[in-house]
Design a protein around this ligand. Structure first.
Ligand SMILES: CC(C)(COP(=O)(O)OP(=O)(O)OC[C@H]1O[C@@H](n2cnc3c(N)ncnc32)[C@H](O)[C@@H]1OP(=O)(O)O)[C@@H](O)C(=O)NCCC(=O)NCCS
Length: 184
């Protein structure tokens, strides 16, 4: 795919306490991009209203075991965000498959379509890996929908390999994810 250009270099910085609303807007705009086309829009809307709300991001921004990063090009509105959890996987079935200790979860890694294919994802991943290193992680892991081939291709380029599988519940439906990971 041809690499498109952004007007200014991409910077990735920790989100500030007053940016929960910005994050919720960005999250609601980008979450559907990672879902298979068959997903019920009502399930996406319900997920955004609960899991991606400004209140939820306010809590993330205040949590010591959580990091939220925002990617920007120049002074413009953010292009994307990443959400990291610096804690062991809560689900024992996932914990058994994640070989790193300590491990950081890349819970969210999302860019607006205008930033796809521009290199912004590489800049955001470098910041994610750096943040994980700063927290003393041995490795990072994430779940990606098995139909989300574009994200899988990007993660492979970024050094991730499949380390397992898991499921993801959206409304009444169970979706199949790959678990990807890499050392940092
Ligand atoms: C995942 C994401 C951050 C990757 O960033 P990106 O800028 O698109 O990544 P890149 O362009 O560097 O790499 C994507 C690769 O997939 C390829 N690709 C794009 N669309 C594709 C498709 N439909 N099927 C297969 N490959 C595809 C690209 O050609 C590129 O490979 P190449 O560099 O070998 O040509 C971005 O696409 C995104 O935010 N997607 C929506 C949200 C999402 O899915 N997040 C991940 C949740 S786990």
């Amino acid at each position: 795919m041809a690499v498109m250009a952004l007007r200014s270099p991409v910077t990735v910085t920790p989100a500030q306490a007053d940016e929960a609303g910005t994050l919720a807007t960005l999250a609601a705009a980008t979450f559907p991009l990672a879902c298979p086309p068959t997903v019920d829009p009502a399930d996406i809307a319900a997920f955004a209203a609960t899991e991606l709300s400004a209140e939820r991001f306010t809590a993330h921004l205040a949590a010591p075991d959580t990091a939220v990063l925002l990617a920007r090009s120049g002074e413009a509105e953010p292009l994307g965000y990443a959400l990291l959890f610096d804690r062991p996987p809560a689900d024992p079935a996932i914990a058994r498959q994640v070989p790193y200790s300590p491990a950081v979860e890349v819970s969210k890694f999302y860019l607006l379509p205008a930033a796809h294919g521009t290199g912004a994802a590489t800049a955001m991943m470098e910041a994610v890996l750096s943040a994980a290193r700063d927290r003393g992680a041995a490795g990072v892991w994430l779940g990606v929908n098995q139909q989300n081939v574009r994200a899988q291709r990007f993660y492979a380029k970024a050094g991730f390999a499949q380390i397992g599988t898991k499921t993801f519940r959206l409304g009444a439906h169970i979706h199949d994810d790959f678990i990807l990971g890499r050392t940092v």
